[in-house]
Design a protein around this ligand. Structure first.
Ligand SMILES: Nc1ncnc2c1ncn2[C@@H]1O[C@H](COP(=O)(O)OP(=O)(O)OP(=O)(O)O)[C@@H](O)[C@H]1O
Length: 301
């Protein structure tokens, strides 16, 4: 096994005393967060609690009123453009909805970061890298010449992910990657995220409202409320805190359905011949409460 450098244990993202405000509206106040190298950190919180603003602050698209942020051990606020560029090259971002350029094909979208940061690369090599990234996200090679309008929602997310992976990042930011996907597409996207984390050693900062995603692939979850990260840990650690919002969030009808899906998945992998839906139906929560359709086990398409 490769020798680990001492700094490997340092958080890959460190946020301290963060304050963000829009006029008089304070979104974050004295917010702290560490993201560990190699983990998938789920970021949850009610609508408007500032998850996307937090992500934008970390990637330098939002200048905070106060606070310090380091990524890869380097401060990201107030850096010279060239220094900021060196750091930005090391992460990839999938914005909500994919944020593809509608006038560019999928392959051209994937080449955007390559042109931005490595503009003198040979065009044939850029095309080859883009084609590789497209396939890596589970899209067919035929998707490369297509325009975003010709893609399904799930394909757009994968194309956005291919663009986020264009520069072989160490760190991936995903803003609600499964929003708007059907349960099968969402589970497939989760599987893809998990396999990228494992095979490429990525760290993933993942904003989501999707409880299935949290249970299926997140190593830890950070909860935003009251302008701060009020708790961070595994779901079991969070539940042990006895916080009413956390309890309601994870143990409400949707949380119970997500647990049932995970239990069915675990059981199915131990007893592959049994019918998974029997366990889901046997769950009192699933039987009595309206909930999101249970997701199939995680896996890529
Ligand atoms: N550019 C901006 N100008 C003014 N207010 C903003 C701006 N961006 C975000 N806000 C406000 O900051 C707050 C946090 O927004 P943010 O998008 O981070 O929430 P969120 O937790 O990601 O919500 P959701 O889960 O609904 O996506 C909201 O009240 C939003 O209106």
């Amino acid at each position: 096994m490769a020798q680990r450098e001492p700094q490997d244990d340092a958080p890959i993202i460190q946020v301290r005393g963060l304050k963000n405000a829009f006029g008089d509206a304070v979104v974050h106040d004295n917010l702290d967060l560490d993201v560990r190298r190699g983990e998938i950190l789920g970021v949850v919180g009610g609508s408007g609690t500032g998850k996307s603003v937090l992500m934008r602050s970390i990637i330098g698209l939002q200048t905070p009123v106060e606070g310090d942020i380091t990524v890869f051990g380097e401060p990201t606020i107030g850096r010279e453009e060239t220094e900021a560029t060196d750091i930005r090259k090391r992460w990839g971002v999938l914005f909500q909805g994919g944020a593809l350029f509608s006038t560019l094909t999928v392959a051209e979208n994937v080449q955007v970061p390559l042109r931005e940061f490595y503009g003198d690369l040979n065009p044939a090599l850029m095309a080859e890298i883009a084609a590789y990234k497209v396939v890596m996200t589970g899209l067919s090679p035929d998707a490369g010449p297509k325009y975003p309008a010709e893609l399904s929602g799930g394909m757009k997310k994968r194309a956005g992910l291919a663009r986020a992976l264009a520069l072989d990042p160490e760190l991936l930011f995903l803003d609600e990657p499964t929003a708007g996907l059907d349960p099968i597409g969402a589970a497939a996207f989760d599987g893809l995220t998990k396999s990228l984390q494992k095979t490429l050693g990525l760290t993933v900062f993942l904003i989501t409202h999707d409880l299935d995603t949290l249970y299926a692939i997140c190593d830890r979850v950070a909860v935003l409320a009251d302008k701060k990260v009020i708790a961070v840990g595994t779901i079991d650690e969070l539940l042990a805190l006895d916080h009413p919002w956390i309890e309601e969030y994870f143990k409400g009808p949707r949380g119970r359905a997500a647990i049932a899906t995970q239990e069915a998945h675990a059981d199915a992998s131990q007893h592959p011949t049994e019918v998974k839906t029997q366990q889901i139906a046997a769950s009192p929560a699933a039987a009595t409460e309206p909930a999101e359709p249970a997701r199939p086990p995680v896996g890529t398409d």
